[in-house]
Design a protein. Structure first.
Length: 213
């Protein structure tokens, strides 16, 4: 990364952190994933159950093995070999875990977190249930406003996540959302966190790198 890009990422990240703080969130900026991962590990007690959302960003931090070595119980419904029933049980447990670790599809410059979900387990856990929610966002997900957030979801996040999940929905062919009626559609529930949910301890961490989709 060039010095100019690093400078711009920091300016953008810190500006958004300040907006998040005005909206009631705890928020901080790190220039690299390594520094962010170290901080996240410090936020999670060793006796905590940790729910892991289906997030390429959080998986990219490579902290799951470290959490396991600390003695944390990991609740990950994306592990290979799980039956649908086992996945459902884990998703339910994520709603009341000690720490829920996830990302966001988009984050506006004025500190709003915008997400689209298929089932709803990720966005519901972000709002209420877990004792602590940690939301990790790459600099590539910061947009100017809510309209751009929705546009990002439709043109970037949705088609890439459909491809990642091996779904055969139309956006895999078109490269952008067509507001399909597919039974396997993953864009069913739109949420916007305008402010920090009243009863949820929420920390947003912005990383000055392109992470996830």
């Amino acid at each position: 990364m060039s010095e100019l890009h690093a400078w711009h990422n920091e300016k953008l990240g810190i500006r958004t952190v300040e907006a998040l703080k005005r909206n009631g969130f705890a928020a901080t900026y790190f220039s690299t994933s390594e520094k962010a991962a170290e901080y996240i590990l410090s936020l999670i007690p060793s006796n905590s159950s940790v729910g892991i959302a289906g997030s390429a960003t959080t998986k990219g931090l490579k902290i799951i093995d470290e959490l396991k070595s600390k003695g944390n119980e990991i609740l990950d419904h994306n592990l290979p070999g799980l039956s649908n029933e086992e996945k459902s049980v884990i998703r339910l447990r994520q709603q009341t875990c000690d720490v829920f670790l996830t990302s966001s599809n988009a984050l506006t410059l004025d500190g709003k977190l915008v997400n689209m979900d298929g089932i709803g387990n990720r966005v519901s856990a972000m709002i209420y249930g877990p004792k602590k929610v940690i939301i990790v966002v790459g600099i590539n997900k910061i947009v100017s406003n809510l309209d751009q957030a929705l546009d990002r979801i439709q043109t970037v996040a949705s088609p890439l996540n459909n491809k990642r999940l091996n779904q055969s929905n139309p956006c895999v062919e078109t490269g952008t959302c067509v507001d399909c009626h597919s039974p396997t559609r993953i864009c069913n529930i739109l949420t916007v966190l305008h402010k920090k949910p009243l009863l949820t301890d929420t920390t947003v961490i912005i990383i000055g790198e392109n992470l996830g989709y």
